[in-house]
Every structure is written in C-alpha cells, then in structure tokens.
Write a protein that binds this ligand. Structure first.
Ligand code: DGL
Length: 266
C-alpha cells in the first residue's frame, strides 16, 4: 500500500517522519513548493492544489492521502468531504485531541493567517471543550524562514518572540503548533516559552490515527526502524528542497523529483 502525503513545502516532513515511525508502508511525499506559502492563498486556490495533488497521488496508486498541512486541512477538507475515493486525513482533529490531553484549558495556537482566519481551530476546541480559552496568533514570517532553513537564527528567534509574547501574556498553559512547519523551530520555542508551557506538535497524533485505521501497516520493528520507502516530489526546485530537507531532518534523502501539474503555467 502507498500513502500520499503533501504540504506546501518542507513542513509536512514533520508529519512524514512520524508516519515513517508508526507505519511500515510506502510513502509518497509531495511538496508543493511552487505555491508556498499556503497560508497566504485563497480557499479556491488551495482547493485547486488539493485536487491536482490528489489526482497525482491516485495516478501513482495511493490508497490514502494525508494532508500534512493545517491550512489546507482547515480550508479545503470541509469542502471536499466524501468526494475522494480513498481515505483523506487532515490534522485538525488530531491536533485538538493531542492538545486537550495535556492542557488545563488556556491554549495558545500559532498558525498561518489562512488557518487563523478559517476559524477551524476555534470551532473545534469550542466543540470539544467549550470552557477552554483559545488564543490564536498568525505568524506569517515563520514559513518562509523554515523554507530557507533558518531554524536556529536570531532573526527566527526574534520573530518567534514577537508572535509568542502576546500568547504568553494571556497566561497560556499550552502552545499548539498549528502549522506543520513549526516543529522545526520547536527548540527555539522551548527556550522562549520556558518550562511551564507545554508545546504540542500534533504530528505523532496524526501518524497514530493513520496507523490505527490501517492496522496491518503498524510497525512491528519499533520506532527506530527506518525502512519505509519514500518517493519525494516537488513542484519547485528539487535540489533546493533536498538540501534544506536534509538540514532540517539531519539525514540524507533519496533524489527528489519534479512534477509539474497539468494546466499550470509555473
Ligand atoms: N505547513 C502548512 C500548514 O501547516 C502550510 C504553511 C504555508 O505554506 O503557509 O499550515
């Protein structure tokens, strides 16, 4: 079985590395790098990308799709529910569940502009725990910084401070990383928020959800085994993606291939 997993760029790798831990299936990763950042795109644009990428995955024989992107999960998945012939996983429910497991009820969410404006997290938390206080904050500079591999720099540290300080001022006890790019700056974030605020990376919860739906894929060899075969595809520069991905993941990746979506001019 093959699972297709996509994001605007490198962020979905934070989900990919967890899927690789919890499943032993073949994975096909698509980084839509010619369209990054998704957080600044319209819902109509994002839906168009979704259908192109899902079409590509189905042509490649994928039997499930993981949307490793909060923005598309928030803005596209409610519109396409029931219209895809294979199971499609989004990240919002896993993220809400993982957050509520550890939070006492004052939750900060750092996310893209698109995700914040969608209201998806606000609605999901309201439904799951109506008494929780949820403070949303968009962080538009972070995705470009991660895409450039700037995960330890002072510029990134300063941007994070600016985004997180207002959330800390609200007395949050938990900070949800509401964009799959942000786990790559989790080290800097931990320094900024200090030991009293828990940081939630929802990627493991999403990977577990996928592994539970397909129990025959669950890994027997243990979390350290890295035998899954993954093909990497991008809509932009394959070499730039590979170089920065290897920097973020601290490991070598196989060759990354370019796939141009039919009907697009870029
Ligand atoms: N990593 C994606 C997300 O989780 C998209 C970020 C972007 O391209 O703006 O929202």
């Amino acid at each position: 079985m093959t699972i297709g997993i996509y994001d605007s760029g490198l962020g979905g790798l934070s989900v990919w590395r967890e899927l690789r831990r919890y499943t032993s299936t073949r994975l096909l990763y698509y980084g839509d790098t010619s369209h990054v950042p998704y957080g600044e795109k319209t819902p109509t644009q994002l839906e168009g990308y979704f259908w192109n990428i899902v079409g590509f995955f189905l042509d490649q024989g994928c039997e499930a799709v993981v949307v490793a992107c909060n923005t598309s999960s928030a803005l596209v998945l409610p519109k396409v529910a029931g219209k895809v012939s294979v199971p499609v996983f989004g990240i919002i429910e896993s993220a809400v569940g993982a957050t509520l497991e550890v939070s006492a009820g004052r939750i900060g969410v750092l996310a893209t502009r698109g995700t914040v404006e969608s209201g998806a997290y606000q609605a999901a938390f309201q439904q799951a725990r109506p008494d929780a206080r949820v403070f949303m904050r968009s962080a538009p500079r972070l995705v470009p910084l991660v895409e450039q591999g700037e995960v330890h720099s002072d510029v990134t540290r300063q941007a994070l401070r600016e985004y997180v300080d207002p959330l800390l001022a609200e007395g949050i006890d938990t900070l949800l990383l509401g964009c799959t790019h942000y786990p790559f700056v989790q080290g800097l974030l931990e320094e900024i928020v200090g030991p009293d605020v828990r940081i939630v990376n929802p990627a493991p919860a999403l990977a577990l959800e996928v592994a539970q739906l397909f129990p025959n894929l669950a890994k027997r060899q243990g979390p350290e085994d890295k035998t899954n075969e993954t093909q990497f595809w991008v809509s932009g520069d394959p070499e730039a993606f590979k170089t920065t991905a290897e920097l973020l993941l601290q490991e070598q990746l196989p060759a990354v291939r370019f796939h141009h979506m039919a009907g697009e001019t870029t």
